[in-house]
Design a protein around this ligand. Sequence first.
Ligand SMILES: Nc1nc2c(ncn2[C@@H]2O[C@H](COP(=O)(O)OP(=O)(O)O)[C@@H](O)[C@H]2O)c(=O)[nH]1
Ligand SMILES: [Mg+2]
Length: 453
Amino acid sequence: MDVKDTIAAIATPLGEGGISIVRVSGSRAVEIAQKISSLELQTIMPRSMTLGYVVSRGKKIDQVLWVIMPGPKSYTGEDVVEIHCHGGSMVTELVLEAIINQGARLAEPGEFSKRAFLNGKIDLAQAESIIDVIRARTDTSLRVAFRALEGELSNIITKNREQLLNILATIEASIDYPVDVEEPDQNKLQKQLQAMINDLEVLINSYQKGKSLKDGYLIAIVGRPNVGKSSLLNQLAKEEKAIVTDVPGTTRDVVEVEINIGGVAVVIADTAGLRKTEDPVESLGVDKTKAYLQKAELCLWVLDSSEPLTEEDRNIAALLKGKKVLVLLNKQDKPAKVFAEDIYKLGLESMVLPLSLTSGTGLNLFLVELEKQIGFSAKETAEEVIITRVRHKQALEKTKDALLQALDNIALVPVDLLAVDLRQAYLALGEITGHTVKEDIIERIFEEFCLGK
Ligand SMILES: Nc1nc2c(ncn2[C@@H]2O[C@H](COP(=O)(O)OP(=O)(O)O)[C@@H](O)[C@H]2O)c(=O)[nH]1
Ligand SMILES: [Mg+2]
């Protein structure tokens, strides 16, 4: 990419609004903007707003606020001009068009942030956290993303990279100048590497939480037809999201609802009842249910406790083996025919709770247990450093493997061979911050961004 060309884009969402902002970045940003400005842009105060006009082909297009942010103290590190226009799509498009006509190029999605990365304003982990900030679904996920943007994750990575670099430098010096420089002390090195591995393990283990925070924690409601699955979804959503009838097989597609449980965005999926069916539509629904059952982090298995267990229930139990499951014996307002022991006999070790969705019995206990099963407190999580990307997890695991290898080898191999493992760990860590990462991965990361960011 030629970093020298000047790019422009609308930085605000399209449509009507109070204001919209056209952003221009590059070495010619001020020069190009000058051609459509009523002001003498070189003379206005940098980083403050000045009222003026956008003028194109001798006509005033809009009255706007002009902001000049000379590089390197700008978002991209280049000269940036922002034009704050009236918020209408026609106004904004005309202003952008005028800027393009004067020689700027339309920016690609994420190109401003990519330039910020290439110019060293932010590292790759911070760039990724910008997306997480924009897409945050709860106050907790926002807090985690914002702290990553502030560099808390990057700091841990950088600290460990620097330590590795120091060790590598000592090893190399001891090879080059064996008389003057001693090899690193084995005991001390062992302790250092172990401490690093511990640091990285905390981050690796935070991924599951991070993923739930970012994408939402997926819960699937499963069970035979007519047991109260849709009633449960509606109860949790506090509105009629799914149709409830006494006709078995009503829910044929998956109905997803997102709710906030203790600061965690939870996606609850009501599914088609699991049974053998000749109906092709219902049968597709059943296949989809099975897919959800696999990918859900928690399954809520709803049963009608007033009816004895059936063959279908046994099949469901088999599907649920090994999954995290909460079993709900619903319809407790009727005489019970199924009890917790019957569920245990099916080989499930899940918690079994009695419930009546029509009378509300057992509902509070269920909600408390549900929060517990989700397994983390949003409040505590907001104060931890958490990784939210599989890319980070993989790089951390690669680092950890290389460090473990080094640890195993310390007493066995000469230091120059040890250095090979350590260098590998060093490179893998750098993938997170983008110091040692391939161009195509960088491209892919910034493609995720929206236009104008
Ligand atoms: N008696 C009783 N009926 C219930 C209870 N929960 C749901 N139902 C009824 O069971 C029928 C099936 O409910 P629905 O939520 O559509 O079940 P689904 O097929 O599993 O989604 C409806 O007529 C509900 O009103 C309950 O706790 N007690
Ligand atoms: Mg249903």
